[in-house]
Design a protein around this ligand. Structure first.
Ligand code: ZN
Length: 292
């Protein structure tokens, strides 16, 4: 009930004050609550989630202001397979020079990884991770690049005691390891420019991980496009046809979920190889179907 008889000076004033403030508070609560609750949807609506051209990572200056990626690798041995260690060490130096030049126009000071470890077994990696199912791994905290070199890091170098099976035949055996090295270097670059540190503001999940990994594949292909174009073609094609895997079904599914399918990997490698730019490797604005 309400009407003239309910009116009293004090109560009326109080009710009036509540009546004025309450709607404002309600609207405020709905806006704040709604923003928190619908954050992901709002990001989609406003176009700031990964997968949108307007997301913070997609518009990062790394993609628009970096210099071209690629170039020949001076100092790389003629026979790539003769001494895997020497080849990978020379490639690491090339990648340092390359990324320093690429990042300069974007105003980013490149820093070399603290260490490049050519390990004979995953247990020797610097990260101390329990995950031993990898060909290469980048330890973000320590800035250490680890690459698994089959047969041990000393295989084929120095006295060359037991390298009867791969004595520099030059059939590109070491090239997949070179690609892994370039991929881990790309993770190092992503860390330097701050892309892999976006997990504070963006949702960190498997979809996010796939964009990060496929970008690293693309950047690795761009980095090696002039170094060994034919071997890069072979590797990309074998990936596209899914002939490279001997993993269990479960491992393969996990790999697909966090790194993207082989088909997606091949697609992004092709883009990096063709274009040779960081912008061509902007997986962050790609539709979901290209990073699945
Ligand atoms: Zn990776």
């Amino acid at each position: 009930m309400s009407g003239p008889r309910d009116w009293s000076p004090g109560g009326g004033r109080r009710r009036g004050a509540v009546r004025r403030i309450l709607p404002v508070m309600l609207v405020f609560a709905v806006v704040v609550g709604g923003t928190v609750y619908l954050r992901g949807d709002l990001q989609n609506l406003l176009g700031t989630a990964p997968g949108s051209a307007r997301s913070a990572v997609a518009t990062h200056s790394f993609h628009s202001e970096s210099g071209p990626v690629g170039g020949r690798c001076e100092g790389l041995p003629e026979e790539l397979d003769a001494d895997a260690d020497a080849t990978l060490t020379a490639l690491a130096r090339c990648l340092d020079r390359m990324w320093e030049a690429v990042l300069e126009p974007a105003g980013v000071d490149y820093e070399e990884p603290a260490e490049v470890r050519l390990v004979g077994s995953p247990e020797e990696a610097a990260c101390g991770t329990e995950d031993f199912d990898w060909a290469g791994i980048y330890c973000g905290g320590e800035a250490v690049v680890n690459v698994l070199v089959e047969g041990g890091p000393d295989d084929g170098s120095g006295d060359g005691s037991d390298d009867g099976s791969d004595d520099g035949s030059g059939d590109g055996e070491v090239f997949p390891v070179m690609f892994t090295l370039a991929h881990e270097y790309a993770h190092h670059v992503q860390a330097i420019v701050g892309i892999s540190a976006q997990d504070g503001s963006e949702v960190f999940d498997e979809a996010w991980s796939r964009r990060l990994e496929l970008q690293a594949d693309c950047l690795a292909a761009a980095a090696l496009r002039d170094v060994q174009p034919y071997l890069l073609n072979d590797l990309r094609r074998s990936l596209a046809h899914g002939t490279e895997t001997d993993a269990t079904e479960e491992d393969a599914a996990e790999q697909r979920a966090s790194h993207g399918s082989s088909r997606s990997g091949a697609l992004w490698m092709l883009r990096g190889q063709r274009e040779g730019t960081v912008g061509a490797c902007n997986t962050w604005k790609a539709p979901e179907g290209e990073v699945s």
